[in-house]
Design a protein. Sequence first.
Length: 645
Amino acid sequence: MRDEGAQAVLIVCAGRTFFAGADISEFGKPFEGPDLKAICDLIDSSTKPVIAAIHGTALGGGLEVALACHYIVAVPSAKLGLPEVHLGLLPGAGGTQRLPRIVGVETALDLIVSGKPISARRALDLGIVDHLASEAVLRGDAIAFSATVVGKPLVRTRDRDDKIAAARGRPEIFAEYRAANAKAFRGFRAPEAIVQAIEASVTLPFEAGLEREWELFKQLESSPESLAQRYYFFAERETARIPDVQKDSVTLPIASVGVIGAGTMGGGIAMNFLSIGTPVTLVETSQEALDRGIAVIRRNYDASARKGRMSTDEVERRMALITPALTIDALADVDLVIEAVFEEMSVKKTIFAELDRVSKPGAILASNTSFLDLDEIAAATGRPEWVIGLHFFSPANVMRLLEVVRGAKTSVEVLATAMKLARTIGKVPVLSRVCEGFIANRIMKRRQDQADALVLEGPSPAEIDRALYDYGFALGPFRMIDLVGLDVIGRSATERSVVGDLVALGRFGQKQGGGYYDYDADRRATPSAVAADVIADFAVSRGIEAHGGLPAEAILERLLFPVVNEGAKLIEEGIALRASDIDVAAILGYNWPVYTGGPMFWADSVGLPHIVETLRRLEAEHGAAFAPCDHLVALAEAGRSFTRE
Ligand code: NAD
């Protein structure tokens, strides 16, 4: 840095924000200069104080630059964070070495491993920010602050030892942190590397720590986990792109919403709108059902208030936005209606015919149906272009996936509005055309079908669940059924099934009597001899001969390759726009492990020729359910992939 008589250097950015971090598309390619680490080094070693003045979002590399400065000034609305972990990476320009020296090891671990941004005020409390500036005059305030530090001895973060000295005396801190978070870290590579980098800040001199950090960064950068997570980062944003919907398409204002049905889904759906301050008219068939539904909403908000996530005033404000009603006529003036009643075509058709009668012109009429034909529902109205599917996932106030179902006649304007609205309520919209189960449920049904079939052939529920757990799913399909309840899962079954036989024995799942597993008082699952007998008995009734266990890899091929094949069919049929949309639906809707990239990205990693070959073998052994579809075969034969071009 040239010294031309300046007494201090102020780094302040024009526009919306301070440096907001790296250009993510640069990862994995040779970085274009200048090297951020060198910049941080230059700042750090300046003989004049360097002050960062932050507004907007100082994230990732942006915050690393600020951390290298001798002082940080920020406006209260600024956000600071190191979110690299979400891309399977770590801050590679000194962040893991400087932050612990400023805030101590425990806080640095929390901030970098969670990747969550913090407010400027919290950063002030933690000692990251030295001075809060006023929103309107950041530059002027920062200059005034600079004047107060000129001439003071310069303290470089690299030379600070006070905050990390404590950890030096308690090296087990890292082992404890790993043990406490083992479950959350499972399958991910970045959290462990971050712990190691922060450990290096304590055990190594600053320069050596920087080298260790860079070494770990490079390892992560080329890891399959980070490649998958970076792919996913873009995939989640890509879902918004629809060929015939322009970015600036006209959208309709949604100032009020009606929800029909205040059951499991209706209540959660309503909460999404209450949370953004949109009034909701909630329609039920009886006062009891209405009261019950509203009480559940209140319980949810009260629980958030108890955890300190919102004030009790806010709870009341949201509850006051609900207008309860016992007739659809109450929806005459709302801009959007979302129907969430029983999954029965006749009920839905009656409701949509009524909506057609009462709704104002220009109202969007949406159904939350999971499996029914949206076009048939739309045909019950005289305005099918205003009908759309909004398929929420349960719990609807929590799950981020929203499948936006485009009917044959849905207008572009209605579609554009729904896609935009999804983002407004914090969801990730994935576009689907009409088919049974849409995207996530349709592909994952293939996994369930094969789990149900395979369990009759010898591998136990525990072996099958274990294989999927080790792959990265939180729960295997049988643990999941036990959790949801066998009575719920088997409700619509028309023929004899293992689930039905278990229910007949009073086995309703984890909540009562056990299910595929037995449960102790602490709800710990152990393999069940009774369930094993029921399964064996059912297999005999079907003439299926059990032949013992299977290696985990064979279980995964049997259960997950059909999912990939179904995904390929969705593209072939034009139900899904692109393979990455299917990955987003699987990851957000079914907790498919994000570090695999989702079924389609994973399939590309496995290799499509291997998948086709395996499906053909399974087809020969077990029948047509495994026949690879034309699209999959064509890609494999052409040496192409779903996601890598
Ligand atoms: P639910 O049984 O919990 O709730 C349905 C509610 O609708 C009940 O409270 C019932 O009283 C009410 N209702 C029935 N007929 C009505 C009418 N004519 N007018 C007003 N209210 C009426 O069901 P749910 O699980 O919330 O499912 C609702 C819809 O959401 C279904 O189409 C289902 O397929 C879909 N869905 C469910 C889930 C899930 O996981 N539960 C997920 C996605 C979509």
